[in-house]
Design a protein around this ligand. Structure first.
Ligand SMILES: Cc1cc2nc3c(=O)[nH]c(=O)nc-3n(C[C@H](O)[C@H](O)[C@H](O)COP(=O)(O)OP(=O)(O)OC[C@H]3O[C@@H](n4cnc5c(N)ncnc54)[C@H](O)[C@@H]3O)c2cc1C
Length: 301
């Protein structure tokens, strides 16, 4: 039995672990994949207050080492469900391996990349389709690639890829970007970047094994063209994955856990980071939620 089980070892979960163990609680962090969460995909982090520059990997590593050295335990198991034992008030946290028990639970499950939903997209992941330019960009050195999306991630991805690839198309369904204007302007200066605006990807083409091209449709004129390329980086936003917890929390129409700034959803369940309803999803807000949720869980216990 632990005082607190934290679901997810991203920035929110590991920040919560640091605060909870420093408050004298026993803590188990359960993580479905590798520790670090989304930020391990970022080559450079330059907006975390007090740190001028750090790679996402080093940032995640620092959090992990700090939490472990303070005494947090980590288990690499996907949490498949949570039940409230009505008699004891204990939380039963179910994974494929076992059922863990805790007096309080912090959900810090983050979010993951949204697919385009095109036929054969899944099958081509790792064979031309990627959701992470920082992770996979180097595989496309000197090749032609496209980035699909209009937010900061898409623009950052296109910038990164323009430094290693022969040519980069950036495909966006509108003519204006949600990304920072300054970053879009920087991208426009790149000679090997071509903007395909008011456009969507409607078809993936493959040869025997890999993606070899895409069909791009202009929404205004309706004309379609084939773009021959080796890689398509999809950066059209993220989706949370909280359906397994809908018996203990309420979800909004996008699947985010409905929770306020106090991170407390009642009955000893707390929520931190990108998985909850909020306007700003960043490292600072994830870390802030982690601290808030951990201290609220300690007070609950
Ligand atoms: C490419 C990229 C670059 C970014 N750059 C910046 C930046 O420069 N500055 C900035 O402030 N922010 C940046 N962000 C955003 C930032 O990474 C996120 O806001 C932050 O990671 C959110 O942290 P989190 O802990 O809430 O969620 P996540 O980082 O998503 O972590 C959630 C963790 O929970 C795990 N998990 C999910 N479900 C389960 C389950 N059922 N059981 C067990 N584990 C589970 C996941 O595997 C994951 O490890 C960037 C994001 C991306 C994708």
């Amino acid at each position: 039995m632990k005082d607190i089980i934290i679901v997810g070892a991203g920035t929110a979960g590991m920040s919560a672990a640091i605060y909870a163990v420093r408050a004298g609680k026993t803590v188990l962090v359960l993580e479905a994949a590798a520790y670090g969460g989304q930020i391990i995909n970022a080559a450079d982090v330059e907006n975390y207050p007090g740190i001028k520059h750090i790679s996402g990997f080093d940032f995640a590593n620092g959090l992990y080492e700090q939490a472990r050295e303070l005494g947090a335990e980590f288990g690499f198991e996907k949490v498949e469900g949570i039940e409230n034992d009505p008699e004891t008030g204990r939380k039963l946290v179910r994974t494929a391996k076992t059922v863990h028990e805790a007096r309080a639970v912090i959900l810090a499950t983050g979010a993951r990349n949204r697919p385009l939903g095109l036929p054969e997209e899944k099958e081509l992941v790792g064979k031309g389709i990627s959701y992470c330019a920082t992770c996979d960009g180097m595989f496309y050195r000197n090749k032609v690639v496209a980035v699909n999306g209009g937010g900061n991630t898409a623009v950052e991805d296109a910038q990164f890829l323009s430094n290693v690839c022969k040519k980069v198309y950036i495909i966006h369904r509108r003519d204006e970007f949600r990304a920072d204007v300054k970053e879009v302007e920087k991208l426009r200066q790149k000679e090997n970047v071509e903007f395909l605006l008011n456009s969507t990807v409607t078809k993936l083409h493959k040869d025997e094994k890999r993606l070899c091209g895409i069909t791009v449709r202009n929404k205004l004129g309706g004309e379609e063209k084939t773009v021959e390329l080796s890689g398509l980086f999809i950066a059209i936003g993220q989706q949370p994955d909280n359906a397994a917890f809908s018996n203990v929390v309420s979800l909004d129409d996008k699947g985010y856990i409905i929770a306020g700034e106090d991170c407390d959803v009642g009955n000893g369940i707390f929520v931190a980071g990108d998985c909850r309803t909020k306007t700003v999803r960043q490292l600072t807000t994830a870390a802030s939620d982690g601290a808030t949720a951990a201290l609220a869980a300690c007070a609950y216990i």
